[in-house]
Design a protein around this ligand. Structure first.
Ligand code: NDP
Length: 286
Protein backbone atom coordinates (compact mmCIF):
# COMPACT_ATOMS: atom_id res chain seq x y z
CA UNK A 1 0.00 0.00 0.00
CA UNK A 2 1.44 3.44 -0.85
CA UNK A 3 2.54 5.65 2.04
CA UNK A 4 0.16 8.16 3.58
CA UNK A 5 1.07 11.69 2.64
CA UNK A 6 1.93 14.19 5.36
CA UNK A 7 0.50 17.33 3.84
CA UNK A 8 2.60 20.25 5.11
CA UNK A 9 0.42 22.80 3.34
CA UNK A 10 -2.79 21.59 4.96
CA UNK A 11 -1.18 21.29 8.41
CA UNK A 12 0.23 24.81 8.00
CA UNK A 13 -3.15 26.19 7.00
CA UNK A 14 -4.69 24.76 10.19
CA UNK A 15 -1.96 26.23 12.41
CA UNK A 16 -2.03 29.60 10.60
CA UNK A 17 -5.80 29.88 11.10
CA UNK A 18 -5.29 29.72 14.87
CA UNK A 19 -2.33 32.10 14.70
CA UNK A 20 -4.38 34.63 12.76
CA UNK A 21 -6.95 34.71 15.59
CA UNK A 22 -4.18 35.23 18.13
CA UNK A 23 -2.61 38.00 16.06
CA UNK A 24 -5.97 39.78 16.04
CA UNK A 25 -6.27 39.49 19.83
CA UNK A 26 -2.70 40.72 20.36
CA UNK A 27 -3.27 43.62 17.97
CA UNK A 28 -6.42 44.60 19.85
CA UNK A 29 -4.37 44.52 23.07
CA UNK A 30 -1.87 46.95 21.50
CA UNK A 31 0.82 44.34 20.83
CA UNK A 32 0.67 43.73 17.08
CA UNK A 33 3.34 41.10 16.33
CA UNK A 34 6.13 42.48 14.14
CA UNK A 35 8.88 40.65 12.26
CA UNK A 36 11.83 42.45 10.69
CA UNK A 37 13.87 40.59 8.12
CA UNK A 38 17.33 41.78 7.08
CA UNK A 39 18.45 40.74 3.63
CA UNK A 40 22.08 41.33 2.68
CA UNK A 41 23.01 41.27 -0.99
CA UNK A 42 21.19 39.88 -3.97
CA UNK A 43 21.12 36.08 -3.67
CA UNK A 44 18.03 35.10 -5.72
CA UNK A 45 17.16 32.09 -3.51
CA UNK A 46 17.37 34.24 -0.36
CA UNK A 47 15.20 36.87 -2.03
CA UNK A 48 12.53 34.24 -2.78
CA UNK A 49 12.62 32.86 0.79
CA UNK A 50 12.31 36.38 2.22
CA UNK A 51 9.40 37.24 -0.10
CA UNK A 52 7.58 34.05 1.02
CA UNK A 53 8.13 34.91 4.67
CA UNK A 54 6.80 38.44 4.18
CA UNK A 55 3.75 37.23 2.27
CA UNK A 56 2.98 34.71 5.00
CA UNK A 57 3.28 37.39 7.71
CA UNK A 58 0.94 39.72 5.87
CA UNK A 59 -1.63 36.95 5.32
CA UNK A 60 -2.17 36.52 9.06
CA UNK A 61 -1.78 40.18 10.05
CA UNK A 62 1.80 40.14 11.36
CA UNK A 63 3.62 43.43 10.66
CA UNK A 64 6.44 42.59 8.30
CA UNK A 65 9.39 44.88 7.56
CA UNK A 66 12.23 44.23 5.16
CA UNK A 67 15.60 45.93 5.51
CA UNK A 68 17.82 45.47 2.48
CA UNK A 69 21.55 46.04 2.77
CA UNK A 70 24.11 45.92 -0.04
CA UNK A 71 26.41 42.90 -0.52
CA UNK A 72 29.42 44.99 0.57
CA UNK A 73 27.84 46.32 3.78
CA UNK A 74 30.35 46.47 6.63
CA UNK A 75 29.86 43.95 9.43
CA UNK A 76 29.74 46.71 12.06
CA UNK A 77 26.96 48.49 10.17
CA UNK A 78 24.87 45.30 10.12
CA UNK A 79 25.52 44.73 13.84
CA UNK A 80 24.49 48.33 14.58
CA UNK A 81 21.26 47.78 12.63
CA UNK A 82 20.52 44.66 14.71
CA UNK A 83 21.23 46.51 17.98
CA UNK A 84 18.78 49.26 16.95
CA UNK A 85 16.12 46.62 16.23
CA UNK A 86 16.82 44.98 19.61
CA UNK A 87 15.73 48.27 21.21
CA UNK A 88 12.68 48.83 18.96
CA UNK A 89 9.52 48.02 20.96
CA UNK A 90 7.45 47.34 17.83
CA UNK A 91 9.80 44.58 16.65
CA UNK A 92 9.19 41.15 18.21
CA UNK A 93 11.22 39.05 15.82
CA UNK A 94 14.51 39.72 14.02
CA UNK A 95 15.64 37.42 11.25
CA UNK A 96 18.85 37.86 9.28
CA UNK A 97 18.54 35.77 6.13
CA UNK A 98 21.44 33.34 5.75
CA UNK A 99 23.85 32.80 4.09
CA UNK A 100 25.73 36.06 4.55
CA UNK A 101 28.64 37.33 2.43
CA UNK A 102 31.94 35.79 3.54
CA UNK A 103 33.29 39.03 5.12
CA UNK A 104 30.50 38.93 7.73
CA UNK A 105 30.63 36.51 10.67
CA UNK A 106 27.33 34.61 10.94
CA UNK A 107 28.20 33.71 14.53
CA UNK A 108 28.61 37.38 15.50
CA UNK A 109 25.37 38.30 13.75
CA UNK A 110 23.38 35.52 15.46
CA UNK A 111 24.87 36.40 18.85
CA UNK A 112 24.00 40.08 18.42
CA UNK A 113 20.28 39.39 17.97
CA UNK A 114 18.55 39.66 21.35
CA UNK A 115 17.61 36.11 22.49
CA UNK A 116 14.09 37.51 23.20
CA UNK A 117 13.72 38.38 19.49
CA UNK A 118 15.60 35.40 18.02
CA UNK A 119 12.60 33.86 16.26
CA UNK A 120 14.89 31.59 14.19
CA UNK A 121 16.02 29.95 17.44
CA UNK A 122 19.70 30.09 16.47
CA UNK A 123 21.11 32.11 19.42
CA UNK A 124 23.34 29.97 21.70
CA UNK A 125 21.19 30.94 24.71
CA UNK A 126 18.08 29.61 22.99
CA UNK A 127 19.92 26.50 21.81
CA UNK A 128 20.99 25.90 25.42
CA UNK A 129 17.39 26.30 26.57
CA UNK A 130 16.25 23.83 23.91
CA UNK A 131 18.93 21.35 25.05
CA UNK A 132 17.75 21.58 28.64
CA UNK A 133 14.06 21.40 27.70
CA UNK A 134 13.19 24.99 28.74
CA UNK A 135 10.60 27.22 27.10
CA UNK A 136 12.27 28.99 24.16
CA UNK A 137 12.10 29.65 20.41
CA UNK A 138 12.67 26.30 18.71
CA UNK A 139 14.41 26.39 15.30
CA UNK A 140 11.64 26.58 12.71
CA UNK A 141 12.40 23.62 10.41
CA UNK A 142 12.69 20.94 13.13
CA UNK A 143 9.83 22.55 15.04
CA UNK A 144 7.71 22.20 11.90
CA UNK A 145 8.66 18.53 11.68
CA UNK A 146 7.49 18.05 15.27
CA UNK A 147 4.17 19.73 14.42
CA UNK A 148 3.67 17.42 11.44
CA UNK A 149 4.28 14.31 13.56
CA UNK A 150 1.92 15.59 16.27
CA UNK A 151 -0.74 16.56 13.75
CA UNK A 152 -0.75 13.06 12.24
CA UNK A 153 -0.63 11.55 15.75
CA UNK A 154 2.51 9.64 14.85
CA UNK A 155 4.03 8.25 18.07
CA UNK A 156 7.53 9.54 18.90
CA UNK A 157 8.20 8.17 22.37
CA UNK A 158 10.36 5.05 22.28
CA UNK A 159 10.77 5.27 18.49
CA UNK A 160 14.12 5.16 16.76
CA UNK A 161 14.70 8.42 14.89
CA UNK A 162 17.57 8.43 12.41
CA UNK A 163 18.64 11.80 11.03
CA UNK A 164 20.85 12.12 7.98
CA UNK A 165 22.53 15.52 8.33
CA UNK A 166 23.91 17.32 11.39
CA UNK A 167 23.70 21.02 10.53
CA UNK A 168 23.16 23.50 13.35
CA UNK A 169 19.88 24.70 11.85
CA UNK A 170 18.21 21.40 10.91
CA UNK A 171 19.84 18.06 11.76
CA UNK A 172 21.19 18.74 15.26
CA UNK A 173 18.12 20.56 16.64
CA UNK A 174 15.77 18.01 15.04
CA UNK A 175 17.51 15.29 17.04
CA UNK A 176 17.40 17.31 20.25
CA UNK A 177 13.72 18.19 19.89
CA UNK A 178 12.78 14.55 19.27
CA UNK A 179 15.03 13.39 22.10
CA UNK A 180 13.07 15.76 24.34
CA UNK A 181 9.98 13.84 23.11
CA UNK A 182 11.60 10.57 24.33
CA UNK A 183 12.74 9.21 20.97
CA UNK A 184 16.03 7.34 20.65
CA UNK A 185 18.11 9.36 18.19
CA UNK A 186 20.91 8.43 15.80
CA UNK A 187 22.76 11.08 13.77
CA UNK A 188 24.36 10.24 10.42
CA UNK A 189 26.57 12.53 8.32
CA UNK A 190 29.06 12.56 5.49
CA UNK A 191 31.61 10.50 7.46
CA UNK A 192 29.11 7.79 8.44
CA UNK A 193 30.14 4.44 7.06
CA UNK A 194 27.41 2.15 5.67
CA UNK A 195 24.65 4.77 5.92
CA UNK A 196 21.88 2.35 4.91
CA UNK A 197 22.63 0.06 7.86
CA UNK A 198 21.50 2.93 10.12
CA UNK A 199 18.68 4.40 8.07
CA UNK A 200 17.08 0.95 7.64
CA UNK A 201 16.62 0.80 11.42
CA UNK A 202 14.66 4.05 11.53
CA UNK A 203 11.04 4.17 12.63
CA UNK A 204 11.24 7.86 11.72
CA UNK A 205 13.82 8.82 9.09
CA UNK A 206 14.69 12.48 8.57
CA UNK A 207 16.71 13.39 5.49
CA UNK A 208 18.43 16.80 5.75
CA UNK A 209 21.37 16.46 3.41
CA UNK A 210 20.94 18.62 0.31
CA UNK A 211 21.48 15.84 -2.24
CA UNK A 212 18.68 15.29 -4.75
CA UNK A 213 16.84 11.95 -4.34
CA UNK A 214 19.75 10.23 -2.53
CA UNK A 215 17.46 8.32 -0.13
CA UNK A 216 16.00 5.49 -2.18
CA UNK A 217 13.81 2.59 -0.97
CA UNK A 218 16.98 0.62 -0.12
CA UNK A 219 17.64 3.06 2.74
CA UNK A 220 14.17 2.74 4.23
CA UNK A 221 12.52 0.23 6.57
CA UNK A 222 9.07 -1.05 5.60
CA UNK A 223 6.33 1.30 6.95
CA UNK A 224 8.80 3.90 8.28
CA UNK A 225 7.85 7.57 8.59
CA UNK A 226 10.01 9.49 6.10
CA UNK A 227 10.49 13.25 6.50
CA UNK A 228 12.22 14.97 3.61
CA UNK A 229 13.83 18.31 4.46
CA UNK A 230 15.89 18.63 1.28
CA UNK A 231 15.24 21.39 -1.24
CA UNK A 232 17.13 20.59 -4.40
CA UNK A 233 16.78 20.75 -8.16
CA UNK A 234 16.65 17.51 -10.15
CA UNK A 235 18.27 16.99 -13.56
CA UNK A 236 15.29 18.77 -15.22
CA UNK A 237 15.58 21.75 -12.87
CA UNK A 238 12.45 20.69 -10.95
CA UNK A 239 12.28 21.18 -7.18
CA UNK A 240 12.85 17.88 -5.34
CA UNK A 241 13.89 16.59 -1.95
CA UNK A 242 16.65 14.36 -0.61
CA UNK A 243 14.25 11.42 -0.86
CA UNK A 244 13.44 9.63 -4.09
CA UNK A 245 9.70 10.07 -3.54
CA UNK A 246 8.48 7.74 -6.32
CA UNK A 247 10.74 4.91 -5.12
CA UNK A 248 10.16 5.35 -1.38
CA UNK A 249 6.39 5.99 -1.39
CA UNK A 250 5.64 2.28 -1.94
CA UNK A 251 7.69 1.19 1.06
CA UNK A 252 7.23 3.91 3.68
CA UNK A 253 4.19 4.17 5.96
CA UNK A 254 4.16 7.98 5.87
CA UNK A 255 6.03 10.44 3.68
CA UNK A 256 6.33 14.22 3.22
CA UNK A 257 6.29 15.58 -0.34
CA UNK A 258 8.64 18.22 -1.78
CA UNK A 259 7.30 20.80 -2.40
CA UNK A 260 4.43 20.97 0.09
CA UNK A 261 5.98 19.20 3.07
CA UNK A 262 8.60 20.63 5.41
CA UNK A 263 8.87 23.98 3.53
CA UNK A 264 5.45 25.42 4.46
CA UNK A 265 5.65 24.24 8.07
CA UNK A 266 9.04 25.94 8.46
CA UNK A 267 7.54 29.33 7.63
CA UNK A 268 4.52 28.58 9.81
CA UNK A 269 6.75 28.03 12.83
CA UNK A 270 8.52 31.32 12.11
CA UNK A 271 5.09 32.97 12.36
CA UNK A 272 4.40 30.97 15.51
CA UNK A 273 7.66 32.15 17.11
CA UNK A 274 6.97 35.79 16.20
CA UNK A 275 3.49 35.58 17.74
CA UNK A 276 4.97 33.86 20.81
CA UNK A 277 7.47 36.70 21.20
CA UNK A 278 4.69 39.31 21.14
CA UNK A 279 2.58 37.24 23.55
CA UNK A 280 5.51 36.85 26.00
CA UNK A 281 6.01 40.60 25.92
CA UNK A 282 2.34 41.28 26.59
CA UNK A 283 2.40 38.90 29.56
CA UNK A 284 5.44 40.78 30.96
CA UNK A 285 3.74 44.14 30.43
CA UNK A 286 0.50 43.10 32.20
P1 NDP B 1 24.06 21.54 5.36
O1 NDP B 1 24.77 21.55 4.06
O2 NDP B 1 24.40 22.54 6.40
O3 NDP B 1 24.22 20.09 6.02
C1 NDP B 1 24.14 18.92 5.27
C2 NDP B 1 24.40 17.74 6.13
O4 NDP B 1 24.35 16.57 5.32
C3 NDP B 1 25.80 17.75 6.78
O5 NDP B 1 25.69 17.38 8.14
C4 NDP B 1 26.59 16.72 5.98
O6 NDP B 1 27.55 16.02 6.74
C5 NDP B 1 25.49 15.76 5.57
N1 NDP B 1 25.84 15.02 4.35
C6 NDP B 1 26.33 15.52 3.20
N2 NDP B 1 26.54 14.53 2.32
C7 NDP B 1 26.18 13.38 2.92
C8 NDP B 1 26.17 12.02 2.55
N3 NDP B 1 26.56 11.64 1.33
N4 NDP B 1 25.76 11.11 3.43
C9 NDP B 1 25.35 11.47 4.68
N5 NDP B 1 25.32 12.76 5.10
C10 NDP B 1 25.74 13.69 4.23
O7 NDP B 1 22.50 21.60 4.97
P2 NDP B 1 21.20 22.06 5.80
O8 NDP B 1 21.01 21.22 7.00
O9 NDP B 1 21.19 23.52 5.93
O10 NDP B 1 20.08 21.70 4.71
C11 NDP B 1 19.88 20.39 4.25
C12 NDP B 1 18.85 20.41 3.14
O11 NDP B 1 17.63 20.91 3.66
C13 NDP B 1 19.19 21.33 1.96
O12 NDP B 1 18.66 20.77 0.78
C14 NDP B 1 18.45 22.61 2.28
O13 NDP B 1 18.13 23.36 1.13
C15 NDP B 1 17.20 22.05 2.92
N6 NDP B 1 16.54 22.96 3.84
C16 NDP B 1 15.20 23.04 3.73
C17 NDP B 1 14.48 23.83 4.58
C18 NDP B 1 13.01 23.90 4.43
O14 NDP B 1 12.39 24.78 4.97
N7 NDP B 1 12.39 22.96 3.73
C19 NDP B 1 15.14 24.64 5.62
C20 NDP B 1 16.56 24.41 5.72
C21 NDP B 1 17.22 23.61 4.84
P3 NDP B 1 28.85 16.73 7.40
O15 NDP B 1 28.34 17.43 8.63
O16 NDP B 1 29.75 15.59 7.73
O17 NDP B 1 29.39 17.66 6.37
Amino acid sequence: MPAKLIDGKKISADIRKNLQKEVQELTEAGMKPGLTVILVGNNPASRTYVANKQKSCQAIGVESTLIELPENVEEKQLLKQIKDLNKDETVHGILVQLPLPSHISETKVIETISPEKDVDGFHPINIGKMMTGQDTFLPCTPYGILQMLHHEEIPIEGKHVVIVGRSNIVGKPAGQILLNENATVTYCHSKTTDLASYTKQADILIAAVGKAKMITANYVKEDAVVIDVGMNRDEDGKLCGDVDFEDVKNKAGWITPVPGGVGPTTITMLLHNTVKSARDKLVLRN
